[in-house]
Design a protein around this ligand. Structure first.
Ligand code: 3HC
Ligand code: NAI
Length: 685
């Protein structure tokens, strides 16, 4: 049965799409839409058309699962042109998300009405693409060039109210959408000529008067677009809308679309779209598993992590009790939280009332006993097994039955922590990333005894606080930090052999990472995990810590910093490195960028493959989600596992073998990686 049905209401033909879950514009929908417009044209009695969708949303875009396969006719560009060519006025009635191809259908319709909660956007750029069904040509004609540039290059949607203000929506509908859309269609049924977006020039003329607009936009956004192909292609297509007649602009759009579609970045970004959604699925749980109710959260420790963790829940309207040992630490911690909220408010992203509302949900306390009514308690105290065990032992006596007990540990064994309670089934790791109120990633660490409903609760809660969660098994550093270890080890070793922090960081930044290993160390604190004995100097890091070079917070680390926190290479650091090199009897040699890639990135891939073969990650794509959301791996490279596939696994294995003599005696090549390389298979697909 076709997902498109038609019925008459007076002289209006109502065309309804019912293609759950998101009314994606798959083949049957496209075919049905064309047939419906043909029907409207052919039927004398039809004077106007309403296109509306059943379920949660208007068309949320092209069907991404069809990408990369042979496209079946009619293609979307033909469908939208057919809609615009309809001889009866067509009204798009929008609720939910009119995204991508969905917005293109709406733009080809002659009028658009929307409920106030609707969102309109062209997220194609996030899939490494551009709106390829006339969207780059019609959007600037309807919404203006500046707005079109912003929407197309960010991929972020705008709300219906803003869409109304910029002219993208003709009327906001309160009440029943279909009923009002039909009434609107009745109002416009005799208006001639029927307005066609492709024929409008008024908004384009505004831009023609300001030719510098495109380069100004490029310059202002350059940092954000670094490394990505799709934003520039979107800009070029919109530039063509201004510079060329519509018919030629559409051709430029098509060429640019096909170029993007055949490139690696689009494949990587589309892969990642599904990777993110797969990550939410937990293997091996009974289907009927129900989440526990979480109404109140406890957090232990108001340090760097505890405060940020708490903010997630407060922002979601969930009350939090936060416990510290000393009043001073408690005041400092809650003070930082308020300051963070106030900074958000100063940027206009929160109102003063919302700040008070969030902080009003917080109860600071000096006693663990106050956590007895919490449904979830997250421990964020020092990274020390004895301290954690003591805290969990106490929690076991205090927490109510059925409460979930979580540790935010970065590395420690969650099963050992669970064993210090009489209820290991209620214990798991919830590993947030710093700054915890901002970073999107949450590793959910599944202990040997963690109950299915505890996992399901954690996954649901992650969604509620807008995190992307990935399930990890119990191993040292879980997924993300475990893969960081070989990278850090090799980066330090490379310094000794002749590379500089600047060279190693540059290779990582050129690769697309937001920063390199040494820039990251300086930002996070060189002293993290340091033994705090300035007389015990065993490596370069100890030497830096001993002379107070703890990173940006001290104005010096692997780099020197000026008072505006701009880094420059440090002669002092070089002197320290030279000293260690001399002591080790190593002669500095020229190190190629490729060697840095092989020793710091190939070794990460290798560790990822081990994580996979040990079953510590459910799937390769989960590892990629961790690295994109936890560490800023460039999404246009898909993630380390996907990237390894695009490099070619045999090349990775060869590189590792070449470097093996320098990788230390403990290093081994993952059997899974070697096996897949040998068999011509991939890690992530
Ligand atoms: N094609 C195919 N499947 C899609 C899809 C799409 N465009 N959008 C969502 N889905 C699937 C998801 O994979 C998921 O499947 P699952 O249940 O099997 O995991 C299901 O629909 C529900 O999706 P979400 O879990 O994301 O549901 P939410 O309610 O959280 O979000 C949404 C809904 C806002 C519509 C979100 O899914 C979304 O942003 N989708 C992508 C929209 C998009 O990128 N559109 C542009 C497509 S490209 C295009 O149109 C090209 C054209 O210009 C030629
Ligand atoms: P921190 O040192 O900033 O904060 C820890 C806080 O816990 C201190 O304020 C301390 O007073 C308090 N505390 C210690 N014992 C306590 C007890 N028994 N009862 C109440 N409060 C107690 O440390 P940070 O950085 O917040 O780390 C906390 C945990 O989070 C550690 O396990 C760490 O490995 C982990 N983590 C840290 C990340 C980071 O980037 N800092 C990232 C992810 C996890």
């Amino acid at each position: 049965m076709s997902p498109i049905s038609t019925r008459r209401h007076g002289d209006v033909l109502i065309v309804t799409s019912n293609n759950p879950p998101v009314n994606a514009l798959g083949h049957a929908v496209r075919e049905g839409l064309v047939a419906a417009i043909d029907q409207a044209d052919a039927d004398e009695a039809v004077k106007a058309v309403v296109i509306i969708c059943a379920g949660n949303t208007f068309f949320a875009g092209a069907d991404i699962t069809e990408f990369g396969k042979a496209m079946q006719m009619p293609m979307l560009p033909m469908v939208v042109d057919r809609i615009e060519a309809c001889t009866k006025p067509v009204v798009a009635a929008i609720h939910g998300t009119a995204f991508g191809g969905g917005l293109e259908v709406a733009l080809a319709s002659h009028y658009r009405v929307a409920v106030p909660s609707a969102k309109l956007g062209v997220p194609e750029v996030k899939l490494g693409l551009l709106p390829g069904a006339g969207g780059t040509q019609r959007l600037p004609r309807a919404a203006g060039v500046q707005k079109a540039l912003e929407m197309a290059t960010s991929g972020s949607p705008i709300g219906a109210k803003e869409a109304y203000e910029v002219g993208l929506v003709d009327r906001l509908i309160e009440g029943d959408l279909e009923q009002h859309a039909v009434a609107f269609a009745e109002e416009v049924r005799d208006v001639r000529p029927i307005p066609k977006t492709s024929e409008r020039d008024d908004r384009i003329d505004e831009a023609r008067a300001n030719p510098g607009l495109f380069d100004e936009f490029r310059k202002a956004q350059a940092r954000k677009f670094r490394g990505f192909d799709a934003p520039e292609a979107n800009i070029k297509a919109i530039e063509a809308a201004v510079a060329k007649p519509y018919a030629e602009g559409v051709q430029t759009e098509r060429q640019l679309f096909m170029q993007l579609m055949s490139g690696t970045q689009a494949k990587a970004q589309q892969y990642f779209f599904f990777a993110e959604r797969k990550a939410a699925k937990i293997d091996g749980l009974p289907e009927e598993t129900r989440a526990r109710d979480i109404r109140k959260v406890g957090v232990i420790g108001a340090g760097t992590m505890g405060g940020g963790i708490s903010m997630n829940f407060l922002s979601a309207g969930i009350p939090v009790t936060i416990v510290e040992q000393q009043q001073e630490a408690l005041d400092r911690g809650t003070g930082v939280m308020r300051k963070n909220y106030e900074a958000t408010a100063a940027k206009g992203r929160m109102s003063a009332e919302q700040v008070d509302q969030a902080m009003g949900l917080l109860t600071p306390s000096l006693s663990l006993d106050d956590l007895s009514d919490c449904d979830l308690i997250i421990e964020a105290v020092f990274e020390n097994m004895d301290v954690k065990k003591e805290v969990f032992g106490k929690l076991d006596r205090i927490a109510k039955p059925g409460a979930i007990l979580a540790s935010n540990t970065s590395y420690l064994n969650v099963d050992e922590i669970a064993a210090s309670t009489s209820r290991p089934q209620d214990v798991l790791g919830l590993h947030f990333f710093s700054p915890a109120n901002i970073m999107k990633l949450l590793e959910i660490v599944r202990g040997a005894n963690t109950a299915p409903d505890v996992l399901v609760t954690a996954m649901g809660l992650a969604k509620k606080i807008r995190k992307v969660a990935v399930v990890a098994g119990v191993c040292y550093g879980f997924i993300g930090n475990r893969m960081l270890i070989p990278r850090q080890t090799q980066a330090m070793q490379l310094l000794l052999e002749g590379a500089t922090p600047e060279q190693i960081d540059r290779v990582h930044v050129e690769f697309g990472m937001p920063m390199g290993p040494f820039q990251m160390a300086d930002l996070a604190g060189v002293d993290i995990g340091w033994h705090r004995d300035p007389n015990r100097i065993e490596n370069i890091r100890d030497a830096l810590c001993a002379i107070d070079r703890w990173g940006q917070k001290k104005g010096a680390g692997f780099y020197d910093y000026d008072d505006r926190r701009r880094p420059s290479p440090s002669p002092k650091v070089q002197e320290i490195i030279d000293g260690f090199r001399a002591n080790a009897g190593v002669t500095a040699r020229e190190i190629s960028d490729q060697e840095i890639v092989e020793r710091t990135l190939y070794t990460m891939v290798n560790e990822g493959a081990k994580i996979l073969e040990e079953g510590m990650a459910q799937r390769a794509s989960d590892i990629d989600v961790v690295w994109v959301y936890g560490y800023g791996w460039p999404v246009y490279r898909g993630g380390p596992m996907f990237w390894a596939d695009t490099e070619g696994l045999p090349k990775i294995v060869e590189g590792l073998k070449r470097q093996q003599p320098r990788l230390g005696s403990d290093f081994t090549i993952s059997e899974l990686l070697a096996g897949k390389a040998e068999a011509g298979e991939k890690l992530a697909r």
